[in-house]
Design a binder for this molecule. Structure first.
Ligand SMILES: Cn1cnc(CC=O)c1
Ligand SMILES: [Ca+2]
Ligand SMILES: [Ca+2]
Ligand SMILES: [Cu+2]
Length: 779
């Protein structure tokens, strides 16, 4: 019997037998229990025949959310076995096989939204589970990358070409660099090292071969060339010490690795101390003849500490005492059932998409859907510099396995110890599913600022009342480490219907060797190091379904008006007036990046009104400080055309599931996905299923304090989804944690405290009961 496989037959039969209410509770307890027992037995038997073990979903919500759950390791293995049996595919292991056919990646392929909604909302059939599989066919007359849909899971019998990218083909050179290819970079460097190690040793004290504790490593950059079809990568040589990313030694090498036979790879250029050479031989010859400006880094004993975490210096007040810790009661106020979460009014499903990262689905508040999908699409960092690598670097991180590099979270540092941690499985550049232990955390926390409060003074040293509500939020977090950088992805669910989406950047900056003109592109952040200017941009897909799928989009701006003062004739009053503008088409609803946005951006259902007659709406509010990274249409810019807009609103289209993909990094010049095409037909967006494509980011000019790491404070960007006349009042009024205090005696010697939760004394709740005085009289 296969392990960890979920079989939901029982639940489906139960649901369809109408013994369950839509909330998953038994309608007629006695007969339901009887059915439950009988069907559980039946289900166990059916599942056993189907060779899968039976797991009972705990709630209807969990059962429904399973339509979005990532592939299980068992499903991945069954897809792999099914494909390996296809003789015409001729698949072999990814290990050490540049020129062979192999499975590169697989992940869940979501069913169409229509089908999913039918299942979620109308008791329709559960759509079959399918995998999207990326295969590198290297061993062909025309090597190609082909994507397939394999299903139904867990026992696949079909394999169909993936058609959701339309007719755009994938250029073979656009494939991400697999580990097997990356290892060949090391081999090539070792080969080059044989010719240049004596120079490296003399110049830097470090070498590639026979180097003991003075070894050289490298970072490879991208894009890998200047035009479509190229695979030419600059390697920047660095000291192999902790924090090698900020330990460049002033040597960069350009490798042409287009051939699938690494013996045919060539070194096309060498850059050394600001000078270019056309070959390794030319470099060695000119060095030996003293025809170049030599590097002299000298003895670096004790000088590498800057890139480490080893404490140095001292605070005024000693920090050798452990700091306060996060404390939570063991009775959690949220429920995590597989990929389904419930918290306060919220419920949602989530998954950790291998290709691009976290994706939230079917996000509901009080059982009403607000967002169908909220997901990361792409994270980029485009650089400037004076060294060949830095002026070339334009990273599109989904080309660097952004979704699959969410590693183990450290309890108490990356997330509170008391969080719920989940393992995540990926099948990416591997021959078997890989478990990423504790790669995702979910926790509730107090924000340390009230959600709302009011102190009602009597303006005479006392008060009429005090009332407040503590602000607790639920956070779902993963952290992707894309080589040097660590991106912390937070999704924060507030009790008042707000969702905050936030990316915080930390980790090592990407830094290059100091050259005098480097100062035009960054700050000198160590003796030999420039921190190069770059812009981080993140694109998100937000498929809001506000009070239904049929939505419209409106902006609100302010305009000054100059009117006659009605109560003082002859006087004029200047004030702001609301300008509400409904945007009718996709082009009207796309806003140039870098230009100020209208004050409010509102998604609404014009046919559903709140109690006060306003269309029920959600608003997107930005926290972003970036400008564009390249002129429109310039070469690599074509691959990030989503970055032309801080917001683009499109009509939902099943063919427009994502704005980016893992192949654009490899060929940004003739992109296999061109976001601007989504807007080309300029569809009408009034009363339609709408999708918002949100771009946020920040300019980063690394400075001395980015050593050793970029720190999270002040390096966060994101946006809020906030209710805007969606409710009739703040829905956090349902929260029972409110506290109201009123004087019980006119001399304030006693107060009356009103509360709706027990006043518990417990170190994780509080160390003393709540008390309040309220007066502000002099002692
Ligand atoms: C190699 N690489 C790709 N992306 C990064 C993060 C940003 O600089 C690094
Ligand atoms: Ca369109
Ligand atoms: Ca929508
Ligand atoms: Cu940065």
């Amino acid at each position: 019997m296969r392990s960890r496989q979920t079989c939901y037959i029982y639940h489906e039969v139960i649901t369809q037998s109408h013994h369950l209410e839509s909330n998953g509770k038994c309608r007629q307890p006695t007969s339901c229990e009887m059915w439950t027992n009988r069907l559980a037995l039946l289900a166990t038997m059916i599942c056993a025949v189907a060779n899968v073990s039976y797991t009972q979903p705990h709630s209807r919500g969990q059962y429904l959310a399973s339509v979005f759950s990532d592939l299980t390791p068992a499903e991945m293995k069954s897809v792999q076995s099914f494909l390996l049996e296809k003789k015409d595919f001729n698949l072999v292991s990814v290990v050490d096989n540049l020129g062979k056919n192999s499975i590169f990646m697989m992940e869940l392929s979501l069913p169409n939204k229509e089908e999913v909604l039918d299942f979620l909302d109308k008791d329709g059939p559960k759509p079959p589970r399918e995998a999207r599989v990326v295969i590198f066919f290297a061993d062909q007359a025309h090597p190609n990358i082909t994507e397939y849909i394999v299903g139904p899971l867990p026992h696949p019998y079909y394999c169909k070409p993936y058609t959701l990218r339309g007719d755009k083909t994938l250029n073979f050179e656009s494939r991400p660099v697999p580990i097997a290819e990356s290892r060949k970079f090391s081999d090539k460097l070792a080969e080059v090292g044989k010719e240049i190690d004596h120079i490296l040793l003399e110049s830097t004290g470090y070498s590639v071969n026979n180097c003991s504790d003075h070894c050289i490593t490298f970072s490879d950059n991208a894009p890998r060339g200047q035009k479509s079809g190229e695979r030419r990568t600059w390697l920047s040589l660095q000291k192999l010490v902790d924090g090698n990313y900020i330990q460049a030694i002033g040597v960069e090498i350009l490798i042409n690795h287009r051939s699938l036979d690494s013996n045919e790879w060539t070194v096309e250029k060498v850059w050394y101390n600001g000078q270019y050479f056309d070959s390794v031989a030319e470099f060695v010859r000119r060095y030996e003849r003293n025809e170049l400006k030599k590097l002299e880094l000298g003895d670096d004993t004790g000088r590498n500490i800057y890139s480490t975490y080893i404490p140095r210096g001292e605070y005024k007040v000693g920090s050798d005492i452990p700091g306060p810790k996060f404390c939570a009661s063991p009775d959690k106020r949220y429920r995590v059932l597989g990929n389904y979460v419930e918290y306060a009014g919220w419920s949602f499903a989530f998954r950790s998409r291998t290709s691009s990262g976290l994706q939230f689905l079917d996000v509901k508040y009080n059982d009403e859907r607000i967002v169908y999908e909220l997901s990361i699409q792409e994270a980029i960092s485009f650089y400037s510099g004076s060294t060949p690598e830095s002026l070339q670097t334009k990273y599109l991180d989904s080309g660097w396995a952004m979704g699959s590099v969410a590693y183990e979270l450290a309890k108490g540092i990356d997330c509170p110890e008391t969080s719920t941690y989940q393992d995540v499985y990926h099948f990416y550049d591997t021959d078997k599913p890989i478990r990423y232990k504790n790669a995702l955390c979910i926790f509730e926390m107090p924000t340390g600022i009230p959600l709302r409060r009011h102190y009602d003074s009597d303006y005479n040293g006392g008060f009429n009342s005090y009332a407040g509500l503590e602000n607790h939020v639920l956070v779902v977090r993963t952290i992707s480490t894309v080589y040097n950088y660590d991106y912390i992805w937070d999704y924060v669910f507030y009790q008042n219907g707000i969702v905050e989406v936030k990316m915080s950047a930390t980790g090592y900056v990407y830094a290059t060797f100091f050259t005098p003109d480097g100062i035009n592109y960054g700050n000198r952040i160590q003796q030999n190091i420039i921190g190069n200017l770059h812009t981080h941009l993140v694109n998100y897909k937000v498929d809001l379904d506000v009070a239904g799928k049929e939505n419209s989009f409106e902006t609100i701006s302010l305009r000054y008006e100059n009117i006659t003062n009605p109560w003082s004739p002859g006087e004029f009053v200047v004030q702001s007036k609301l300008i509400r503008t409904e945007k009718n088409t996709e082009k009207q609803a796309s806003f140039r990046f870098g230009l100020p946005l209208p004050r409010h951006l509102i998604f609404q259902n014009p046919n559903k009104k709140n109690k006060w007659g306003h269309p029920r709406s959600y608003r997107i509010q930005y926290n972003s400080h970036a400008d564009s990274v390249l002129p429109r249409g310039w070469k690599e810019e074509l691959s990030i055309s989503w970055s032309r807009y801080s917001l683009a609103v499109t009509r939902y289209n099943e063919m427009e599931r994502r704005s980016s993909n893992m192949f654009l990094q490899g060929d940004p010049w003739s992109p296999s996905l061109y976001f601007d095409d989504f807007l080309k037909n300029n569809e009408n967006i009034v009363n339609k299923d709408l999708v918002a494509w949100v771009t946020v980011g920040f300019l980063h000019i690394p400075h001395a304090e980015d050593i050793p790491n970029t720190s999270t404070p002040a390096n966060s960007v994101g946006f809020f989804l906030r209710p805007y006349n969606f409710f009739d009042e703040d829905p956090s009024v349902a929260n029972r944690n409110s506290i109201v205090v009123k004087p019980a005696k006119s001399d304030f010697s006693e107060v009356k405290i009103q509360r709706w939760t027990p006043d518990v004394i417990n170190p994780c709740v509080s160390e003393e009961t709540f008390s309040y005085n309220g007066t502000y009289l002099a002692d």
